[in-house]
Design a protein around this ligand. Structure first.
Ligand code: OXD
Ligand code: MN
Length: 601
């Protein structure tokens, strides 16, 4: 196997912070025996360590230094062109029985899978450095916070984990010396980045993840999709909390009244943009702040849901990000940012489709080839990414580190739908809300390999991330509802509805504040709404559309319920539930019947 990650040799004082927990030491020893690295690098998250890793990564062309005047302390990484997105078809949940993984996951028998992976890992780190990355997910003093360790042979992974998690000594301290303490074991090796030897395997019962053959963030930053969502959702059900693919934002009125909202959208549907929304001028005095842009861990306290963002950074889609679409994201990625697969300009700045200003006359595209505006290829990969510390976000919520989390007033589900689904509506109650989440669908994007633009059901935006049987996951939602005496209201939104001319009807971005305002009004029991078969629907005058350039017909189209379209939609709900082979809880089947009855079906 070609050594694509040659070993590095740190000076004394760097890479030698060994944990003291015996269970960790034994596990690292075993993985070392299997993968046979040249040396072991124990990360502590220090500045000196980071500088050393960056210097070595520059030497080995893992990173390209960007123009320090334009994007200070920032770097570009190019992944292998065969390795640019999450690969769901090689992502497995390895539970003792297939039923535990359920109908929506690829299942693989644990013992067989371990032995296949161990074969692949045998000697895989020869001539390489094995990094041991301790990290925590969640604010340092939160009861929800969990410890993970990732072993990897990729410097890019270590540098990214440093941005995306609270990494290093903080995790060693949190874990302590109890050999029985709970912590996640993650093993990653690039191998030779061959798509045929690429597997992302989760063993929920063992709190273990093994990912091989990829260097793409979603497959290899094991803290994120693998731990915080797939293993996290499994642990959450067992332990009575929730791990969700949701942003968390704060909305503060000019009078200083604040609500928090959690929102689930499938990958690349604008979660980061929504989490960093800047209200339009008309909403002078309103403030939106970001707690998280991708993942929410939530627990029940005093009958309410409280949420923390387990992450410490943002791993966002770059193309389309601009001062128009998301000024806070632009400010966040102007410095101290690790870019992947964007274009490089002649003055070592970064560029992507949709960035403000004119395209460069000449650049190097994401594959390392010359690019000009006449090129047929995109300069930046559609799923090119930034990893940036959340501290960079000018709109970061002041309570982001609060251990108890923030109280959630509303949950929003949303997808990318050209038709059928109105701009916004509210569920009649919790179980109806769970039905909205369970039946949500979206047109697929470049965040995962496969066809783009196909409508697929993506319950709670968790289809690729639920680490156990989706039927049990639905039931968990229903059970959580029973324990909530003050549950969040649940909404569905669709920013992406199109008119007859094929153009988007809604301007989106900052203007989504208008929808958010109605959501908040409903939480405050003051917003008007009409009862419709799908839920509580605002009439045009319930939404604040002042100073917005939109015509009556577009608003009517945005809020319209077309019965014929909905008859088809209901048939799709039923088809989806049927495809799950009898795992859908009674409560949701009943919701489907009630919805059909409201449409006189
Ligand atoms: C992500 C995703 O990267 O959902 O957040 O794919
Ligand atoms: Mn995501």
């Amino acid at each position: 196997m070609k050594n694509i990650a040659p070993a590095i040799f740190p000076p004394n004082g760097i890479g030698d912070t060994k944990p003291t927990n015996q269970a960790v030491l034994e596990w690292v020893h075993e993985i070392g025996k299997l993968t046979k690295p040249e040396n072991i690098f124990w990360c502590d998250g220090s500045e000196g360590e980071n500088e050393f890793l960056i210097t070595e990564s520059l030497k080995q062309n893992v990173l390209i230094k960007l123009n320090d005047k334009k994007v200070p302390r920032s770097y570009l990484h190019r992944s292998n062109p065969n390795d640019v997105a999450r690969v769901e078809k090689v992502t497995f949940i390895c539970t003792p029985t297939k039923e535990e993984a359920g109908p929506t996951n690829n299942w693989s028998e644990p013992a067989d899978t371990y032995s296949k992976l161990h074969e692949l890992l045998n000697g895989a780190m020869r001539g390489r450095t094995m990094f041991v990355v301790p990290y925590i997910m969640g604010p340092p003093d939160s009861p929800l916070t969990k410890v993970g360790f990732e072993i990897t042979d990729s410097k890019y992974v270590v540098l990214s984990m440093r941005i995306m998690t609270r990494m290093g000594k903080i995790a060693l301290n949190r874990l302590g010396n109890d050999p029985k303490a709970e912590w996640n074991r993650g093993v990653h090796s690039l191998l030779d980045v061959d798509p045929d030897r690429r597997f992302i395997c989760h063993f929920p019962q063992d709190n273990t993840i093994i990912s091989v053959g990829s260097g793409y963030g979603g497959n290899v930053l094991l803290s994120k999709k693998c731990f915080a969502l797939r293993i996290g959702s499994y642990l959450a059900r067992k332990q009575g909390w929730m791990a969700e693919h949701m942003l968390i934002l704060g909305v503060e009125s000019p009078e200083g009244k604040k609500h928090y909202v959690a929102a689930a959208f499938p990958s690349a549907c604008g979660k980061t943009n929504f989490a960093m929304l800047i209200p339009p001028a008309h909403f002078n005095g309103w403030k939106v702040t970001t707690v998280g842009d991708d993942i929410a861990w939530m627990e029940i306290r005093d009958g309410r849901l409280f949420a923390v963002n387990p992450e410490n950074g943002y791993f966002g889609v770059v193309p389309g990000t601009s001062y128009k679409s998301n000024p806070n994201a632009m400010k966040s990625i102007e410095h101290d940012t690790l870019y992947t697969n964007v274009a490089l300009t002649d003055d070592n700045d970064v560029w992507w489709e949709g960035k403000d200003g004119a395209p460069p006359k000449h650049a190097i595209d994401w594959r390392g080839n010359v690019w000009t505006p006449d090129s047929k290829e995109k300069a930046a990969h559609p799923n090119s990414r930034f990893a940036t510390p959340m501290r960079n976000n000018p709109a970061l919520d002041p309570d982001v580190e609060k251990g108890e989390g923030v109280p959630i007033s509303a949950i929003i589900f949303g997808g990318r739908r050209s038709d059928t689904v109105p701009l916004v509506y509210e569920a009649f109650d919790w179980n109806h809300g769970v039905y909205l989440g369970a039946t949500m669908a979206s047109e697929t994007t470049a965040a995962a390999t496969g066809a783009v633009g196909k409508v697929r059901r993506d319950p709670m935006a968790m289809l690729p991330f639920c680490g156990y049987n989706i039927g049990d996951y639905f039931k968990h939602w229903i059970d959580i509802g029973k324990r909530l005496t003050n549950p969040p209201l649940i909404f569905n939104v669709n920013w992406f509805r199109k008119g007859e001319n094929g153009k988007f009807l809604w301007p989106g971005f900052g203007e989504n504040m208008r929808v958010l305002k109605w959501v908040i009004d409903r939480c405050e029991r003051r917003g008007g709404a009409l009862k419709s078969p799908v839920g509580w629907l605002p009439s045009p005058h319930d939404l604040d559309l002042e100073e917005l350039d939109i015509d009556h017909k577009s608003v009517a189209d945005l809020l319209g319920i077309d019965h014929e379209e909905w008859h088809k939609e209901l048939a799709e709900h039923k088809k989806f539930f049927d495809s799950l082979g009898g795992v859908v809880p009674e409560e949701l089947l009943k919701q489907g019947e009630q919805l059909a009855a409201r449409f006189n079906l």
